[in-house]
Design a protein around this ligand. Sequence first.
Ligand code: GLN
Length: 508
Amino acid sequence: RVLAAESWRAAVESRNKCINALIAVAPNTSTHGPSTSQTKSAKLEGLSLAVKDNIATRDLRTTCASRLLSDYTPPFDATAVRLLRDAGASVIGKANCDEFGMGSLNTHSAFGPVVNPYDPNARRSAGGSSGGSAAAVAAGFCDAALGTDTGGSVRLPASYCGVVGFKPSYGIISRWGVVSFADSLDCVGVLTHTVKGAQAVFDVIAQHDPRDPTAAPTHVRKRASAAVRKHAWGGEHTDGDLKGLRIGIPQEYFPAELSPPPGLHTLLSHLQSHGASLVPVSLPATRAALSAYYVLASAEASSDLARFDGVRYGQHVPPAPGTTASTADVYAHTRSVMLGREVRKRILLGSFALSAGAFDNYYLQAQRVRSRVRSDFDAVFRVPNALRAPPAASTSNPITDIVAPNEPGVDVLLHPSAIGPAPPLPSLEETETGKEREESLDTYLQDVLTVPASLAGLPALSVPLNPRSPHGDETNSDIGEGEWPVGVSVVGQWGADELVFRVGKVVE
Ligand code: GLN
C-alpha cells in the first residue's frame, strides 16, 4: 500500500492537531526525494515515511522532543533514512516521542503528549516512546514509520495503536545518526500496517554500516542466517500448514494477576489446528529483567547524554547576569532548565548506579541479570545463538559450521506485547499537580513484557491481536475496553529476524 502525496497531506492537515503525532511536517515544495545518487532500487517508490524525532534528517529538525535541541537541524541523514530515501521513500515529517526516547506513554515530550488515534475523544495514550510513529501509521498519515526501541518503545506503541511494530536483532540496522539513549540496547525499529510492509522496509535498511561500530559484521549475519536455515522451521507448507513449527509460550509472561488478552486463546488454537505445536517454556530471569533494564538504561543514558551540555551540543542558557559560575555550573544550569523531569531523573539515577559506592550492588548486579536473561533465551531456542558460536579456530568454516541445534527447542516465543490496552493519558491537572509523578513506577511496569528481548538483543515483532480479527472470538462482542487494540509478540533467536516475520505473517 502506498499513500498518494495528497492523501497523506490531507489526513495530516485534518487530524494531526488533535493527535499530535507529527512535530514537523515536510513542506509542500520540499526536495524529499532520493538523497544521493538517484534511486538505485526503487523498491519503496512513493512510500510515505514518518521518522521518529531522535533520528537525524538533513532537512527537518531533529529535536528528540527536547527543548534542549529545539532548534537543531542535522546536516546529514541517518543511515536508515538515507537508505530508505534511496529506495524511493519520502519523509513526510518527524514523529513526536518521549524526550530522548525515555518513557512508555509518550507523555514526556516538550511538544505535549500523543493522543491515541484509535479514538481520540477517549484521550488514551498512544504508548511510548515511539508514540508519534505508531500514531502516524494508525491515523493513516503514512505507510510506514521509523521508531527506536531500547526497552519496548516500538512494540508497546504498536500494541496500543493497533499497528505492526518490529524491533530487529541488536546491531542489524545501523544506528548511525540515531541519538543514543542507551547504546547497548538501542535499535531502530519499523512501524507499519502489515507484517509484509514491515519486512519490506526492514529488508532495505538491514545492512552492515561501517560507520556504526556496534553493527553486526557481515560474517556474523551470514552465520545466523545459515543457522536458521539449517535448524529452524522451514516455512508454511501447503494451505497454511504449520507442521513442525514449535512455538514457546513463556509461563512468566502470563502471571496470575494478568488476564490474557481477548482473542489470544483463539489465536493459539488456530495455530495448533494448523499443525504448530505449543510448548510451555520457562524464562526464570524474567522477573528481574525490568529492574535490571532500568538500572542499565539509566546508567548508559547518564553517559550518552553527557554531551548535551549547552556548549558542545544543545541550546545554551546563560546563567543570570552578574552571577559567577564555574564551568560545571554553566553546564548544570543549561541541563536543569532545558531537560525534562524524566530525563533529569534518569541521569541522576544512572550516575548513582555508576558511582563507586553503588556500582557493585546496582550496575554489576544488573549486568549479571542481563546475562542470565540471555542464557534463558538460549536455553529454549532450537537455533543456537550465532553471537555465541564457537570461535573460528574450532570449526572448519566459521560461517556455516553451526553448533548442534538445541533439541527439543522452540522456533519462536509468543506472548502478549503489553500488560493491557492503552491507558488513559494523565489529565492536565494531574500533570500540573505532580500526581502523575507518584505513578511513574506504574509507568515503568508497562515495559515488563518487552524488556527481556531488549536485554538479549533479540528480534521481536508485535502484531495486532485485533479483537475483531478473522480468528473470531466469542468474547469479542464486548464494547469499550475490549475494543482497544492489543498486540501479540513473536520473539526469535538473535539474527532470526526473517523467521520472526515468517511466523508473524501466520499470526497476522
Ligand atoms: N519505556 C522504556 C524506557 O522508558 C523503553 C524506552 C525505549 O524503548 N526507548 O526506558
